[in-house]
Design a protein around this ligand. Structure first.
Ligand SMILES: [Zn+2]
Length: 141
């Protein structure tokens, strides 16, 4: 990691501190272009915003998909105080960001949380294939 990348990652950690000071879970992220210019910053607002999906990584992925063309998005790097969760990883993939650099790994975070992690939710399926297929068939051609 270059000194400039370390500076950007430290800023993400600083944003995590700002989230904590505001009464939210301690997570922060930013999006930088290839030259290291910060394009956008976010912090967790799940508690103050009353929104379980208000993770900074998800907010930045949505911002990038809305505001950046695909080539610009692909040239960005997300610097984030913690490894993105499954929800955010999905959004990051869909947004076309180029790279993620994180500080705390998911396992390191879980070790800091009593009873850490989230319970699995059972899923059932596939079912009603013919009816479900009809709704989708031809859409992607
Ligand atoms: Zn997340």
């Amino acid at each position: 990691m270059t000194p400039d990348e370390e500076r950007l990652l430290r800023r993400a950690i600083e944003l995590a501190g700002e989230a904590r000071a505001a009464g939210d879970p301690p997570f922060g992220s930013l999006l930088a272009d290839a030259a290291g210019n910060v394009l956008a910053e976010e912090r967790n607002t799940t508690i103050t915003g009353g929104d379980i999906s208000a993770h900074p990584e998800l907010k930045l992925a949505r911002w990038a998909a809305r505001e950046l063309d695909p080539a610009t998005a692909a040239a960005t790097t997300m610097f984030t105080s913690c490894q993105p969760c499954g929800m955010c990883t999905g959004a990051i993939r869909r947004s076309g960001l180029g790279r993620v650099v994180y500080a705390l790994a998911e396992e390191q975070l879980d070790a800091l949380k009593p009873g850490g992690g989230w319970p699995e939710v059972p899923q059932e399926g596939p079912a009603l294939y013919d009816e479900a297929r009809a709704a989708v068939e031809g859409y992607y051609t």
